[in-house]
Write a protein that binds this ligand. Structure first.
Ligand code: SF4
Ligand code: SF4
Length: 224
């Protein structure tokens, strides 16, 4: 899940200053879960923009705004309203903004949301970062707790000397020390031998941005 928050309305208003006619796009995926760009938020944004004198030419909530095929199809279904607009306000993460923007090319796309991190939804309104898509997952070595993300120093071998007696992190005493959590879990599962392994530094030379990933569909076997 891409955890995100909506930009303050004053900021959206400022960015949209030079545009009169706006088409609003949301996303039924992460933006709906995070309440930044689902049906309700898109409808509310329409009312607010009309309240400050903008014309909203139309709205759409894509099933998934970062899925190019879906963006092509659903945009075509709303083409007239999109064509009338001076700009598209996208209430979805930066992936969605760019997928829509690259598809529309000639229309300015305006981000109405600030994406924050890849995270877990603990409950509505409470999210925690658990993974930063480092490209080589080591959760098997730590029994499912990511030190790279959950330790503020990203220590692959820990704990550092700063954890408190009650197992909190010296960087942020409100948070558990990731390495104490790892230790407790390994102990509980009889895997404490893993604490003795020295994890090598990650090979960040492989992390060239923008990252790409491609895979080939396995060929279907022909029926006999
Ligand atoms: S090691 Fe951590 S950051 Fe890397 S893929 Fe696994 S969970 Fe994500
Ligand atoms: S106290 Fe634990 S979580 Fe905090 S920086 Fe040190 S090892 Fe990382």
């Amino acid at each position: 899940m891409i955890i995100q928050k909506q930009k303050p309305f004053e900021k959206i208003q400022e960015i949209l200053q030079e545009y009169e006619k706006i088409f609003i796009a949301g996303c039924a995926d992460c933006a709906t879960t995070c309440k930044t760009g689902g049906e309700d938020e898109v409808a509310e944004m329409k009312t607010r923009l009309e309240g400050i004198g903008k014309t909203v030419t139309g709205t759409v909530v894509y099933d998934t705004a970062c899925l190019l095929g879906e963006v092509r199809k659903t945009t075509a279904e709303n083409q007239a309203a999109v064509d009338q607009a001076d700009a598209i306000l996208v209430l979805a993460c930066g992936n969605g903004v760019q997928t829509i923007g690259d598809h529309l090319e000639s229309k300015p796309v305006i981000p109405g949301v600030d994406p924050l991190f890849i995270g877990e939804v603990i409950r509505a309104g409470k999210y925690e970062e658990k993974c930063q898509a480092c490209g080589e997952c080591i959760l098997d070595l730590t029994d499912g707790i990511c030190p790279l993300t959950r330790c503020p120093k990203g220590l692959l071998n820990g704990p550092c000397g700063g954890y408190t007696k009650d197992g909190k992190c010296e960087v942020d005493p409100d948070k558990d020390c990731a390495w104490i959590l790892i230790y407790e879990r390994l102990k509980e599962r009889g895997h404490l031998d893993k604490m003795r392994q020295i994890l090598p530094p990650k090979d960040y030379s492989e992390l060239h941005r923008p990252r790409r990933h491609m895979w080939e569909r396995p060929e279907k076997k022909k029926k006999a």
